[in-house]
Design a protein around this ligand. Structure first.
Ligand code: PGA
Length: 252
């Protein structure tokens, strides 16, 4: 059984006080959620404080990006996965489409970051997803397959057990346009099949694949009812504790 994961990506929102307040409100609201793993990803400057305040709770803390390596050195502006672990993180988002589109992230750097995160004992949440022209041209699957092959290149079966994949069609992020549950299911099944071809069926069966892109309290249940949808990566609707807790508690 794949335990669902509901993750909130706070992007570049919230000063420290707000991040702490939202985390503490969420802690109470999701305290009884045992059906899924709950993850929040605040900005770097809030990670340590939020992680400290959530210690002992059922909420995991993720960073939104990391450096490609763990060796200390002259890498101004970078934060190594070991440092994120040291700050109390258990997860890290890697290869989010905003980083791919605007900050030069490539499949190769996603691969290095994934390896570095694993080496530091973090769970990477590896993001893939096509842009609208790709989908319109009928290339959505081949684009996602290339991202997967590049991003997960060289990973062992035991590495695969420790990663999470998030499928986020770029045209659905922050646009209010959610992929239909059928579109999500179709791509998730394709991702599982593609991972199975390279890494074997067991690894593919156990892999958790999250959907992301305009997930809201009123569409989560239908998305989660799809066989290959194992959770969600939520942006806008994760910023408010009430709204995010409704997504986490989609079962109730
Ligand atoms: P959204 O963002 O939920 O605001 O569409 C999702 C994401 O970028 O992870």
């Amino acid at each position: 059984m794949r335990k669902p994961v509901i993750a909130g990506n706070w992007k570049m929102y919230k000063l420290l006080g707000d991040a702490v307040d939202t985390s503490l409100e969420l802690k109470t609201l999701v305290a009884n959620a045992t059906h899924c793993e709950v993850v929040i990803a605040p900005v770097f400057t809030a990670l340590k404080t939020v992680a400290d305040r959530l210690e002992g709770s059922n909420i995991h803390v993720a960073a939104q990006d990391c450096a490609i390596q763990n060796d200390f050195g002259a890498h101004t502006g970078e934060v190594a996965p070991v440092m994120l672990k040291d700050a109390g993180c258990s997860h890290v988002i890697v290869g989010h489409s905003e980083r791919r589109q605007f900050y030069g992230e490539t499949d190769e750097s996603v691969n290095w970051k994934t390896m570095a995160a694993l080496a530091a004992g973090l769970t990477p949440i590896v993001c893939v997803g096509e842009q609208l022209p790709d989908r319109e041209a009928g290339d959505a699957e081949s684009v996602v397959k290339t991202q997967l092959e590049g991003g997960l290149n060289g990973l062992t079966v035991s590495d695969l057990e420790r990663i999470i994949v998030a499928y986020e069609p770029v045209w659905a992020i922050g646009t209010g346009k959610t992929a239909t549950p059928e579109q999500a299911q179709e791509m998730h099944a394709f991702i599982r099949e593609s991972v199975g071809e390279v890494h074997g069926n067991d690894a593919a069966e156990n892999l958790r694949i999250l959907y992301g892109g305009s997930v809201k309290p009123d569409n989560i249940a239908e998305l989660m009812s799809q066989e290959d949808v194992d959770g969600a990566l939520v942006g806008g609707a994760s910023l408010d504790a009430q709204s995010f807790s409704k997504i986490v508690n989609y079962k109730q």
